[in-house]
Design a protein around this ligand. Structure first.
Ligand SMILES: [Zn+2]
Ligand SMILES: [Zn+2]
Length: 330
């Protein structure tokens, strides 16, 4: 096969690779554990109501009103278009943590001289390295999410994710490339710097423990039915645990149109960043929620690939025009 043909094939198959790549949050492993938990939720709910109807399980897992909703159909179309675009165009502009890590090591070497680690590799150092990396990564993701909510110019792009009116695990990929590139690059720079510093100071002891090719704590979190955060299945942790780990129900709240839920629960793995910032919301019981932007102006118009891709640019341009118009009027 010619090189060009194999490159084209690589790009066309890119969306499907998310499901087969064990390190991807949408991998079949994490989707399978989410499915298992969803089935348990169904059985528990049915048992509570005093009936067990196995025939209703598939209908409950794949509700027609979700799958046929224009929001869901836009999610699937957008997923394929954006993943192909990422493989073909913008994936290469993301700053890689491996490159930053290598730069950090060479920067420290020229600054402090050759690395002379004295620590022998051992499990405790590995646990400390692994935990530090997951904490730093999670803080960066929380901070970026927070900034995308509070800065109006950035909110124009984050609206893409919040415009979903029904949710399936694919909704996780309903994210504008501007947000995706900035999040991945900032995380790449910071994690690369931290890991580079560990490599310089600890040498061979700078081992990150992994499971399914990712940080073991991140993998454990993904295995704990992570994908139900974008679904209709309500899974709520006890309130005390909701202060430490973000449960699927807390992310449902994040997508709610209710005024008192706005800008709450921006955490990815850990909930204590939100707790510290005063943006934590811990549901005590099941809440009836409506997802989406909830404003008449934005309703419905988002459910096409074109709108999801171009409306944020249009909104930014309107915002810039309005800004200069006000300045001229002064
Ligand atoms: Zn979400
Ligand atoms: Zn958000």
């Amino acid at each position: 096969m010619s090189e060009t043909l194999s490159q084209i094939l690589e790009i066309v198959l890119a969306p499907f690779r998310h499901f087969t790549n064990p390190s991807d949050r949408l991998s079949y492993v994490y989707l399978a554990t989410a499915l298992m938990v969803a089935i348990i939720v169904y059985i528990v709910n049915q048992a509570r109501e005093g009936r067990l109807n196995a025939g209703g399980l598939v209908r409950w897992l794949l509700p027609r009103e979700v799958l046929m909703h224009p929001s869901c159909q836009a999610d699937f179309a957008y997923f394929f278009v954006v993943r192909i675009l990422r493989a073909a165009v913008y994936g290469s502009v993301v700053v890689s943590s491996a490159a930053v890590s290598a730069m950090t090591v060479s920067g420290l070497t020229s600054l402090l001289g050759p690395s002379a680690p004295t620590v022998e590799p051992n499990i405790w150092v590995s646990i400390a390295v692994t935990l530090t990396i997951v904490l730093v990564l999670d803080f960066v993701l929380w901070f970026m999410h927070y900034v995308y909510h509070v800065v109006p110019f950035l909110w124009d792009y984050h609206k893409v994710h919040h415009s979903a009116e029904v949710m399936t695990p694919i909704t996780a990929a309903r994210m504008h490339p501007v947000e995706e590139i900035s999040n991945m690059s900032v995380a790449g720079v910071i994690i690369g710097t931290v890991y580079g510093a560990f490599t310089y100071f600890l040498g061979p002891a700078a081992i990150q423990l992994t499971l399914l090719e990712v940080n073991i704590f991140l993998a454990a979190f993904f295995l704990a039915a992570f994908n139900l955060r974008h679904s209709h299945v309500w899974v709520r942790y006890p309130v005390w645990l909701q202060h430490i780990l973000v449960c699927p129900a807390q992310h449902h709240i994040h997508h709610s149109t209710a005024r008192h839920h706005w800008d709450k629960n921006m955490g990815f793995i850990f909930a204590f960043w939100d707790w510290a910032a005063g943006t934590l919301y811990t549901p005590k019981e099941k809440e009836e929620l409506t997802y989406g932007l909830g404003t008449e102006e934005d309703g419905g118009e988002w459910h096409s690939v074109r709108a999801l891709m171009f409306r944020p640019f249009q909104h930014s341009a309107d915002r810039i025009r309005a800004h200069f118009a006000t300045r001229r009027a002064r």
